[in-house]
Design a protein around this ligand. Structure first.
Ligand SMILES: C[S@@+](CC[C@H](N)C(=O)[O-])C[C@H]1O[C@@H](n2cnc3c(N)ncnc32)[C@H](O)[C@@H]1O
Length: 246
């Protein structure tokens, strides 16, 4: 099943299979937030419900279940190398690739990114002040965006962008258990030109698509969960309508 929008297309299914059907050198950028398979040192902790792993204790709101978050460490790295390799193949030369990660999976993701062929260029920090406290230790109030390019960077402007972005989780705009703020994703899109086609193989609640719409980019993506596919479809259609009215 796939949904075609005015500015993009999203397929419901496994990212790897969907990427393998895409033509080579057909997108201008990759910006994605895959399942982290994180949340604990031991297997039992990692296999807990993502709603418990990634939300503050006592959070009342419930979301549809997130799929694909149960991999052990070695299979996570191998799997990430496979889909990042496909992202590399379908990207044009010079394309930036931005991948979200938490602190625990950072080493695995940097290995996978480079193993897949990308030239790693740095790490952008997302500072989220609303993160849960960590008694007696440092607060985990950051997530990371690995930044890489295919072949060689080809900047399309001469602005110097920050390396740290501060955005609170916007519960009112969030439809996914680990949904990212639209404003953060819009900030990240600053390394792409208007009109660029941005690939997100793990669309979740469609945040990348919304950020693309609001910044005049196009999007192509995938989402495994039919429930999230319905949510993101409604969210994108609503955003398209709102933009027409504006
Ligand atoms: C971290 S979430 C993305 C959240 C998104 N950035 C947002 O702001 O709403 C990752 C998504 O990938 C989906 N997913 C997991 N395994 C997948 C796979 N093999 N192919 C496609 N999507 C998958 C999950 O269902 C989940 O919705």
């Amino acid at each position: 099943m796939r949904e075609v929008f005015e500015n993009g297309i999203v397929s419901c299914g496994d990212a790897l299979g969907i990427l393998r059907e895409m033509p080579g050198a057909s997108v201008d950028a990759v910006l994605t937030d895959p399942p982290y398979s994180s949340g604990g040192l031991h297997m039992a902790a990692r296999q807990a419900d993502p709603a418990d792993k990634y939300q503050r204790t006592g959070t009342k709101r419930t979301y549809p279940p997130m799929l694909g978050d149960l991999k052990d460490q070695r299979s996570f790295t191998m799997w990430a190398t496979l889909w990042l390799g496909e992202c590399w193949r379908v990207s044009r030369s010079g394309a930036p690739c931005m991948v979200f990660s938490d602190w625990r999976q950072l080493p695995a993701m940097t290995d996978a990114l480079q193993g897949a062929g990308w030239a790693w260029r740095g790490i952008v920090v997302w500072h989220k002040p609303s993160a849960r406290p960590n008694l007696g230790e440092f607060k985990h109030d950051t997530e990371f965006v690995l930044y890489a390019v295919k072949d060689k960077a080809r900047p399309t402007h001469r602005r110097c962008l920050p390396g740290v972005f501060k955005h609170a989780v916007n519960t009112a705009r969030k439809v996914h258990v680990t949904g990212k703020p639209v404003e953060l994703v819009k900030d990240l899109l600053a390394v792409t030109p208007e009109g660029a086609t941005v690939l997100d193989p793990f669309m979740g609640g469609g945040t990348t698509a919304l950020a693309c719409l609001e910044t005049k980019r196009r999007f192509v993506g995938a989402e495994l969960s039919p429930e999230y596919m319905d949510l993101l479809t409604a969210r994108i259609r609503q955003a398209e309508e709102a933009l027409k009215q504006a």
